[in-house]
Design a protein around this ligand. Sequence first.
Ligand SMILES: Nc1ncnc2c1ncn2[C@@H]1O[C@H](COP(=O)(O)OP(=O)(O)OP(=O)(O)O)[C@@H](O)[C@H]1O
Length: 238
Amino acid sequence: MLEVIDVWKKYPPKTQALREVSFEAEEGSITAVFGENGSGKTTLLKVIASFLIPDRGKVLIDSVNIVEKPSFAVEKVSISTGYERSFYYRLSVEENLKFFGMLNDLLGKTLKRETERVMKELGLLECRKKRYMELSTGYKKRVDVARALMKKASIYIFDEPCSGVDLRTRLKIHEIMKRLKESGRIVIFASHDLEDLKIADRVIVLKKGEKVLEFSPKKEDLAAVLRGILEIQAFPGD
Ligand SMILES: Nc1ncnc2c1ncn2[C@@H]1O[C@H](COP(=O)(O)OP(=O)(O)OP(=O)(O)O)[C@@H](O)[C@H]1O
């Protein structure tokens, strides 16, 4: 169980990136974090992964407060950040994945098997020898998602996993997230795309760091919710 309780985060001097954000996610569920640019999605995901310490509030994973015990989050959470700079540019796709697999205690035959499995799953077998820096944006995104799968975790976090990928890859990534859910994992992802929201059990909508809406796309009319979101997201002067 993941519990985010009254989380606040400020980037000094004055950007209040998160204010009073709370939600829960149970095992075997998918939560989407939706919101306009700069609304705090990435900050929220980083707090859950213990990359950032909130100024106030708690994040509980299985009742353990990871704000006090970040090492617990390191053990339980796998995150796909989308940061190109977190990869070795001159290493190949396969070498990058193996390196991160080793960091997560995969060795020998298990490491080989897992690397093959995730490369196959993300359609990376053909470019396994290509250096990371030579990949297109969409392929870099695939490697990023693949890397998150190289760790056995209870919570998988994906920051805009489908941005810049083609339709087939998007559906594949949806399938992967659904499979993780079916195997009892907690999946949390950020997205700007309504198509992605359809696979979520719960959508958290952020605006200027605040949770302004939480809904279930499976139970509610997505078109109606979309109209509500557009109102929430109205540009000044609209
Ligand atoms: N390292 C940082 N230092 C200062 N301000 C930051 C930093 N990172 C993010 N911010 C600011 O915090 C706010 C929330 O940013 P965040 O990246 O969490 O939003 P987001 O919803 O993920 O945006 P996007 O959809 O554009 O990726 C923004 O105003 C952003 O400019």
